[in-house]
Design a binder for this molecule. Sequence first.
Ligand code: AP5
Length: 206
Amino acid sequence: MGKIIIFLGPPGAGKGTQSERLIKEYGFVQLSTGDILREAVRNGTELGKKAKQYMDAGQLVPDEIIIGIIKEKLNELKDKNVIFDGFPRTIPQAEALDEMLSQEGKEVDVVILFDVDDEEVIKRLSGRRIDPNTGKTYHIIYNPPPEGIEVIQRDDDKEEVIRKRLEVYHSQTEPLADYYKKKGKLVVVNANNPPDDVYNQIKEVL
Ligand code: AP5
């Protein structure tokens, strides 16, 4: 693997939006556990069937399932620069990643924490829409889809599920900020700002 970057932050912080830009401009590869799980749900695989109940409830999918997915994917990454988007999300996941990377003599290069207020997250996620054909993300107010494009809403973007996802983020994922800070890997960006500004902050880090 080349550079290894982690995007850490609450749901709706803009991790997927910024990954799209880095992929386009710099050829990064994105590994999003959320995307992998949603694809499994769409295809009705065993993994999808197991994951769906957790995702619809705004809960995390169990660590052993997620770590298994990452183990499989790491082999495909070769020398590419990778963005981990939505992984790791718990301390055991972070420890497992460190262990997997160290076996290859690698380590995480930088962890970018997307700092954004809960109320902003709720505005963003309740307005988020997806083009099911391309996977491209829009927002009904901030970034409306072009005319003629049919968009859909994610099942977990209902307000009560968004609130649950935020609660889970604060209790289970936020402690990772400290974990990576202690290792000297953490950089914080202000993700309350518009997408162009967030992108510039990220480019400065990289
Ligand atoms: P996942 O798919 O990872 O969802 P998430 O982390 O909750 O993140 P989102 O995709 O909701 O948000 P984002 O930060 O990418 O925001 P986006 O760019 O789309 O996970 C889903 C579920 O899968 C989890 O709940 C869990 O069940 C399971 N799961 C996944 N990984 C797991 C793991 N490792 N362990 C256990 N379980 C796991 O932007 C949001 C909206 O805002 C868009 O409409 C966008 O257009 C707009 N927007 C973006 N940036 C800005 C900006 N700067 N200003 C204004 N609007 C903006």
